[in-house]
Each structure stands twice: as C-alpha cells, then as structure tokens.
Design a protein around this ligand. Sequence first.
Ligand SMILES: Cc1cc2nc3c(=O)[nH]c(=O)nc-3n(C[C@H](O)[C@H](O)[C@H](O)COP(=O)(O)OP(=O)(O)OC[C@H]3O[C@@H](n4cnc5c(N)ncnc54)[C@H](O)[C@@H]3O)c2cc1C
Length: 560
Amino acid sequence: MKHHPPRERQGRVADAGAQSPGGGRWRIRVRMATLCRLRQCHPTGVVIAHLHTSSRVSAKQHYKMLVLGGGTGGIAMSARMKRMVGADNVAVVEPAEMHYYQPIWTLVGAGAKTVASSGRSTASVVPSGVKWVKSKVQEINPETNTVRTEDGNEISYEYLIVALGLQLHYEKIKGLPEGFEHPKIGSNYSLQTVEKTWKALQDFKEGNAIFTFPNTPVKCAGAPQKIMYLSDAYLRKTGKREKAKVIYNTSLPVLFGIKKYAETLWDIVKTRDLQVNLRHNLIEVRADKQEAVFENLDKPGETTVFEYEMLHVTPPMGPHSVVKSSPLADEAGWLDVNKDTLQHNKYPNVFGIGDCTNLPTAKTGAAVAAQSAILNRTIKKVMKKEMPDKKYDGYTSCPLVTSYNTVVLAEFDYNGQPLETFPINQAKERRLMYFMKADVMPHLYWHGLLRYDNVLKLKLLNFSCTNIYPPSLFAQGLLGRTRTIQETASSGDEISTLLPVCTLKVSFPNKSNRTSSHESRFSNNLQFSHHCNRRGNRALIPPEVTMKPNKCFAVSLKNI
Ligand SMILES: Cc1cc2nc3c(=O)[nH]c(=O)nc-3n(C[C@H](O)[C@H](O)[C@H](O)COP(=O)(O)OP(=O)(O)OC[C@H]3O[C@@H](n4cnc5c(N)ncnc54)[C@H](O)[C@@H]3O)c2cc1C
C-alpha cells in the first residue's frame, strides 16, 4: 500500500446537512424488530444496549477499514466489512443522529407516509461492535492514508470506503432556500421541506401546480415527476383537478432516459392532461409573489415567468465538497472509481459506493444495493492481492410512482438496457409494484441491505443425490431483483443471500428428462427460532441443519 509524505491540506468544507436546504442535520433510529421498537421510544437516540461504540474523541485512531458516511452505502458496507474483517476493525464516520430511507419521501410529500416512518437512529443502524465516529469528515488525505474530522481528529486507515453521498444546492436558485418560509412551495429532496410539499398540495385551490427538474445530475431521476403524478391523483380525488394546470418543467430533453419506460410515461402525461416543457430550468423563485422563473436551455438568455399555486422544487445537485477538494475527485468533482470494480482509479486501497461516485449510472439506493455486493467482492480480492473478478453492470432501479396505487418499475444497466426482476412487462403501471415500493422495499432496506452482518450465510457441507442424473442446487435471495446466488453448488461451497431468508432449490432432470425440483425456505428468525440458544440473529440457526426433502437427495448446511 502506498504511503506518501503529508500533502498540503486540502480546502475544507463538509456539510453533513447537505441533504437539507438550510444545512440542517439528519437524524436517525433503530435496527432489528425488537430493538427497533425499544429504541424508537428514545427520542435522543440514546443506545439502549451497547451494541456498538460511539464517541466524539476516539481512543483508537487507526482502523483497518474506515467508512466515510453512514447513509445507505456507508451502513451497507459497514455491515459487510464487519463480516469480512471483524467489527473491531471497522469504523464509520457519520455526524447525523438520524438515518433516513429517502425513497419513501416521495410518498411523504404526497401524504401517503409519514416522515417519522422514514427514519431510525444512526445508533441503531451502525452494525453492533463497529465504531461510530460521530463527526464530519473535513479532509481526506489518500497520500498519507488519513482523514481529518471536524473536531480535529486524524484517523488513519488501511482501506477506505467513501460513501458521502451528494450535495443539494437549493442556494443555486435565486430566492431559495429562504423561499421555503412561504407557503405553496415544497421539495421532497430534503427532510426540512418534504412535509411542505404535502401542505402545499392540501392547500391547493386553483392555478398552476409546477414540478421542476434541474440542470445537473440528480439522485433518483424519477422522483421529480413521481410527485407530479401523485399530485395529479390527489387533485382528482379531491375534485380540484379541473381548476388545476399541472406542469412539468424539466431541464432534460426527454421525459425519462430509458425509452421503454418513457413511452409509458408519455402516454400517461397525455391521457392525464399533464403539460411537459422540456429544456426548462428553474433559476429563480419569487415566493412572495408565487412566481417561478425558468430559463430556456435551448435559447440562452430567454426566460419565462410562471405563476404558481403549488411549486415542487428538485434542487441542483453536485459532488460532495470534501470529495471535490480531495485528490480522489475526477475533473467534475465526483469520486473517481473504476466502473467495473468500484476501486479508486489512482489509490488502490480506496473504494467508493453510491451517489458520491462517478459511476455512469442513475444514482439510486437500488444501485447502491447492487454495488455493495460487487464492492464486497472487490475488497476481498484486493485484500488477498488478487485481481477483482466481478463486474458491476450498472444495475439501477427507479420505481416510477404514477398514482396512489400504481408504479412502473424501471430497472436498467449502464447501457440503458432494461434489466428486470419480474417475468412481466414492467413498463406497465402495476399495483403489485406500488406494494413493492411502499411496503416491501423499506423492509428489505432496514432488515436486508443495512443488516448484512446478520443475513443468512450458509455453507453447504454435504449434498448427495441418489438420482442418476446430475443435480444442481440453487440458492436465491431477493433485493431489488431476484438473483441466483449460485448456479450450481457442491459440497464445501458457501451460499449467501442479501436477506435473512434464503430459498434453496434443488433440481435435477428425471428419467423422462423433465426437471423436477424441490424448494425449501431457510430463515434466520422463523424456521429455526426454536434452536435459539445464543444471543444474536445468526445464532438463531442451529450450527448445522440437514434437510431431507425427499428420497432423492439430502443436503447438510452449516450457518457461517
Ligand atoms: C425524494 C427521493 C426519492 C428517492 N427515491 C428512490 C427510489 O425510489 N429508489 C431508489 O433506489 N433510490 C431513491 N432515492 C435515492 C437514494 O435515496 C440515494 O441514491 C441513496 O440514499 C444514496 O446512498 P449514498 O450512501 O450514496 O448517500 P446517502 O444515503 O445520502 O448517504 C450519505 C451520508 O453521508 C453523510 N455525510 C455527509 N457529509 C458528511 C461528512 N462530511 N462526513 C461524514 N459523513 C457525511 C450524510 O449524513 C449521509 O448519511 C431517492 C432519494 C430521494 C431524495
């Protein structure tokens, strides 16, 4: 690993409240079912059980694995790294008391969920035993393998994972963020303004309801229009739609970047009489007069003033200032990582995940989930001084909420090719997908993605089959899309899932050459709960279990 003399200090900045227009902080809460309920009773976020350590001044100033940012990517990787190198060797730097599941803010802005349901304490999501350094990163020095925090501490690392997210720039729109003090304006993109969207929608009487998309990369590029569809549905439900003109002013030259889903969306906007103005970029809000000023990106200098009765602002976004001012940034300021492996292009002991990176895919939590598995594999290989062998395909997903009970589930890769989970046409509006978005995904997030240290990991001890035809064993988990974890498995193989539930499927051709199969579900807190004799989720599975589903084959598994 490279060790270089200290460099001159980089420009400071760091704004952990970057998600909020006024620089406010993010707060948090909880973890597994029981603890979850207990902790939610503690508004200060005080940890009830000493499951991990947290302090402002750390005694130990060196970590084998240092994670910057305790958002989606940071916590997901902390959990995985705990499993890989042990909790004592992992620290995560995160200043916020609360951790939020941001995708649900789309529904909060439309009154379908509460803000409270979207957050849990950081204390509860930092994996047990992992050190939580409760401070802001102010400077990253990859030449000396150190970072400096706001409180003046220097932490050294052997390996670094950067997961600092991106920054919101409401201030780049004239009249904001102070304009949010007026009514009729909201934004689902920050904790402080998401409930203002719902208020503006409820207060709507008559006039223009305007929704914007900025002239920068954004996280979840579908969110700016999801709230338009929900607002349209709300206005119809409350009998106000006839008095409303619903307008989507977007900087983009398209409604949505992936043709397959864009076609459905164009049909929807036409059928529901929603006006779409392409290449319109919000540059000023005169909140006292309820006016929004847009520039025409195709005709420089030309501006149009729109009066509004309701305005939803998607702010300009950009790279995190700490990344931008460090040697880790590319020319545009994003973390410069290899698009296949997520390893930094210049510093081999540095890795990146999520919104802070320059990965050429849509910035979403679903992308982070897919990236976390690849990054885990990359780091494992790098630690063994081997070449990374798994490639990230750019998988990302955007559940385009089109009403209070329908979603078009867009999933695609680096090339904009659909990469869908379900064997049905996902470009169609579906109730099932709304259920996935509103109820299933949050559960997978809190109990799957963030809890990887507790998910099921099995070792196949023995797999025997009396059938004369060669059998195969499949292990499947679900997160965002179903994946076959292992195409075929044999004795000694490790099988892991991204969920505390794993479906094992044994299949083999029978005499008439048709495939027979048997499935069995393993869950670390249901099926084997009666075997619980130790603390902790993983121990809920007995050390060894043998499943004999039929006469043909037997499987012995060990929980590892
Ligand atoms: C309204 C909305 C709707 C969305 N809808 C969806 C959706 O439907 N599906 C989907 O997949 N994704 C969706 N997303 C996007 C998704 O939430 C993000 O892409 C995801 O959270 C990115 O994870 P991350 O770890 O890169 O960043 P984040 O989760 O934002 O985490 C960054 C962390 O870094 C911390 N931090 C900041 N500065 C510092 C510092 N100086 N030092 C230390 N820590 C710091 C922050 O406090 C934060 O905890 C949506 C987002 C929004 C806002």
